[in-house]
Design a binder for this molecule. Sequence first.
Ligand code: FMN
Length: 346
Amino acid sequence: MMWKIGDLELDGRVILGPMAGFTSRGYRAFMEPFGVAASVTEMTSDMGVIYGTDRTESDYVTFESERPTGLQLFGHDPECLAKAAAKALEINSSIAFIDVNMGCPVPKISRSGAGCVLMKDPKLCGDIIRQIKRSVDVPVTAKVRLGWTMATVNFRDVLDEVISAGADAVCLHPRTRDERYVGTPHYDMIEGLRKELSVPLIISGNIYSLDDAITAVDVTGAEGIMVARGGVGNPYLITQIDTYFREGIRLENPTISQQTHWCLALADHLLGEKDAVEAMAKMRSMAPKFIAGCDGCREYRYLLATETYSRDTLVDLLMEIEHYLGDQRIHIYNFLDCFKSGTDES
Ligand SMILES: Cc1cc2nc3c(=O)[nH]c(=O)nc-3n(C[C@H](O)[C@H](O)[C@H](O)COP(=O)(O)O)c2cc1C
């Protein structure tokens, strides 16, 4: 399905979600060929861009990718965010869109006035989008939550403001700030939301399986399906979602052999961008996820999490895993099953 964020044409529905500490340049380059229509960088400080000090500079200064990639900025001052957006585009003209983080729940970020705390002031959210729109000629998007707490859910007000200010698409993670990343996201509270909006909607939250993606789209009518945690250790999820929405075909889950191959490919991407110690530390957190939910994988998950100190040890472990478990298919739990019966009846 072709759709547009402003003038930007997207071929496919899967958006690779921003995850600080994970979705680095190498991670994105690894994930994109699986069927990503667009990616978003990790959140990047507006001040870091303005002063050229941001640690994640390498993530937006150059992209290896041919897929559209958006730079996600965090900050609270409309002028600074607009200045940062313009400067980043001067540095890297291939940034395809600017996304503003209005959903981060982390206290350190809220204390600086950025992330989800912005939602307490919907007008400010609108001002931010308006100023950025004046300073760049690429599309501008906002990523929001339901609100700060269940008692103060105000995503409709915030969406009204940012869309009136010119946002070209919006992304909603249907949890409140208080809920951080746990529990079932409240898709029930955003039923049919797309119909209420004049711009495309991207939904984010517990898309762990193809059925989760189908359910979330059925419930909300969203164009975009953001894959974040569900893609870590399961890049083929993106292919399954992309293929289903293009051709109506349900691809089987990958085998452990495929997974071990992809796990090493990810390690090589990370080794290409970070020093070996850092790359292997990241792999210790991600490699075990590649062999989720199959018989006999528990011990190997533990070994991958504790003994992946070099590419060679990773290769040895993966070869052993492939030898003993290779033909099995990974098993992924459908997180959003709870919404399915409602959808089927309607
Ligand atoms: C470790 C981690 C880091 C994240 N970093 C960001 C970020 O930098 N910017 C952002 O907008 N969302 C961030 N998120 C939120 C995700 O993009 C996504 O909206 C959320 O995790 C729900 O989707 P999921 O259940 O598919 O992971 C992060 C989430 C996690 C778990």
